[in-house]
Design a protein around this ligand. Structure first.
Ligand SMILES: [Mn+2]
Length: 262
């Protein structure tokens, strides 16, 4: 079995009882470990992850989670970690702390005879997105893309990593908290097949003859399992702090969305 999960947002100041949250995530990984060949974490497992040039004491809070990943790997399970838009600032530290393979870019893999496109999903748009959205939505997307560019800029990263960790963290965790609270107060439900960026992105890939059987994303904190073409499906994973959803691919190549709480 191959498992997919995303968006735990560990360490979020907006999630009460952070220890219980981390413990539940570890329990979920233990459940998966019973029959897992690989586990793919598709981004935003941390609410804010930044590797500074100086030692950061705040990373200690993630020791149980990191220890769990090391233990899964020791038992022969392949653990993959994709960066999201909250935890892209890893420069080798996370790989070293956990032993997991870290992916910075989307990946297409073939497993059990199926092709799978894997990505957190932030920043993915169809080629003609500007023609598909009205002006105000275009502006919103452009704002997000500019911010994303800044987050990925080597100069900005160098400057942020130079900060004392306590300053950087005060800023980073609070920024992330604000976005979490905003989302909880004002969740953005599924926008529909003709508006949801990730669905449009996948449809555009199919149109370009880049066929995949499954497109699996996180990021949106919604559960979606949608057929977009014959033999092609988009699956959005939900999250691991409110919905506790994940997906699994069995050795016959069947992909199912599941809920850990049921
Ligand atoms: Mn995200």
């Amino acid at each position: 079995m191959i498992y997919f999960l995303s968006d735990a947002h560990l360490g979020s100041l907006a999630i009460q009882r952070g220890w219980a949250h981390q413990k539940k995530l570890i329990d979920m990984l233990e459940m998966m470990s019973k029959d897992a060949a690989s586990i793919y974490m598709l981004g935003d497992m941390f609410d804010f992850w930044m590797e500074y040039y100086r030692h950061d004491k705040a990373k200690r809070q993630y020791s149980p989670f990191c220890k769990e990943i090391r233990s899964l790997i020791k038992r022969g399970i392949h653990v993959h970690f994709f960066t999201g838009n909250h935890d892209l600032w890893t420069f080798g530290g996370l790989a070293q702390m956990t032993g997991a393979e870290v992916h910075y870019e989307p990946c297409t893999i073939i497993r059990y005879g199926k092709s799978l496109y894997l990505s957190h999903g932030d920043g993915l748009l169809p080629r003609n997105w500007q023609a598909l959205y009205p002006k105000p939505v275009q502006r919103k997307i452009k704002r997000f893309m500019r911010l994303r560019q800044l987050f990925h800029s080597p100069t900005a990263q160098f400057l942020f990593r130079s900060l004392p960790p306590s300053w950087g963290n005060a800023f980073g965790y609070n920024w992330a908290k604000k976005s979490r609270l905003k989302e909880i107060a004002n969740p953005c439900p599924y926008k529909g097949e003709d508006q949801e960026e990730l669905v449009l992105f996948a449809k555009d890939q199919e149109k370009q003859n880049n066929h995949r059987d499954y497109y699996i994303f996180g990021h949106r904190h919604i559960e979606l399992d949608l057929q977009i073409a014959s033999g092609s499906r988009v699956v959005i994973l939900g999250d691991c702090f409110q919905q506790w959803t994940y997906a699994k691919l069995d050795n016959k190549g069947r992909l199912t969305l599941c809920n850990y709480e049921q």
